[in-house]
Design a protein around this ligand. Structure first.
Ligand SMILES: [Zn+2]
Ligand SMILES: [Zn+2]
Length: 266
């Protein structure tokens, strides 16, 4: 089968790769769509970062060259002998997280914090930039027949936004500010909107992202390089929003021109 294989920085090749065998706990997926994550771009441009290079990954035991792609969905074509909850023909998205099952965090059920964690499509065990790949039964997330398969890759990034909202003190009707509307920030905007947020303020320096934020349900979009977003939000909400999400993850924020900061510096 064909697969996009990571060989090293700026070296991804579409080539023949052995079709995976379905183990007793596995689900084999005919991949329909796979997203290109920001971390894939980082691996391509500046990697290997989390792709195992000299040392094999502690759980998968694999090193590069490795298939990439961790945000994917498709139809199940085969299930292992122990798998009864998922059937051939089902639509599934992948939960790509790999965990050891033995460290303190895994034992506490916090496998996302696993000390040896990895990802299908980065650390071994196949990947979504392939015609077929297998995942463990626990990593196959059923998606309803009514949801088009090309939306499946969004399950992984949306789960990040959903986790943020569920872990915040958000309740329906609350006013919300989202700082940074890259792909993950946009999921927060859409999910807050779907969850019944009051006014949603999206703060984002890039024009095209502010436009998508507005399409995604932001009521007010603010360019922090043109005006003080905090002044606008504070005035508008009588002192601040109920819940704010920092989704920029950029240290460059401090270099973004802020009229307020410039006034303070004078
Ligand atoms: Zn990702
Ligand atoms: Zn672990």
């Amino acid at each position: 089968m064909r697969s996009a294989i990571y060989h090293g920085r700026e070296d991804i090749r579409v080539e023949e790769y052995p079709e995976p065998e379905t183990g007793p706990n596995d689900v084999k997926i005919d991949v329909s769509a796979c997203g290109i994550c920001g971390s894939d771009l980082h691996e391509y441009a500046a990697g290997p970062i989390s792709i195992p290079d000299d040392e094999p990954h502690p759980v998968t035991g694999e090193t590069l060259p490795l298939p990439m792609g961790h945000e994917f969905a498709g139809r199940v074509t085969e299930v292992g002998s122990n798998v009864s909850e998922i059937a051939v023909g089902d639509k599934v998205a992948a939960n790509p997280v790999i965990w050891c099952g033995e460290c303190r965090y895994c034992l506490e059920g916090e496998y996302g914090l696993c000390e040896s964690n990895g990802f299908v499509g980065l650390s071994g065990w196949g990947g979504g930039f392939s015609e077929y790949t297998t995942v463990d039964r626990r990593q196959a997330v059923p998606i309803p027949e009514s949801v088009p398969l090309e939306y499946g890759p969004l399950v992984e990034p949306f789960s990040v936004g959903l986790y943020a909202i569920r872990n915040s003190e958000f309740s329906p009707g609350d006013s919300v500010a989202v700082f940074g509307t890259g792909p993950i920030g946009l999921t927060v905007v859409q999910l807050a909107n779907a969850a019944g947020a009051g006014p949603i303020y999206a703060v984002e320096p890039r024009d095209f992202r502010r436009e998508i934020a507005a399409e995604s349900g932001a009521d007010v979009t603010l360019d922090p390089t043109a005006e003080s977003a905090l002044d606008v939000i504070n005035a508008d909400t009588n002192g601040g929003v109920d819940v704010a999400f920092e989704v920029a993850g950029a240290s460059r924020l401090s270099t973004i021109r802020s009229p307020q900061r410039e006034r303070a510096a004078r």
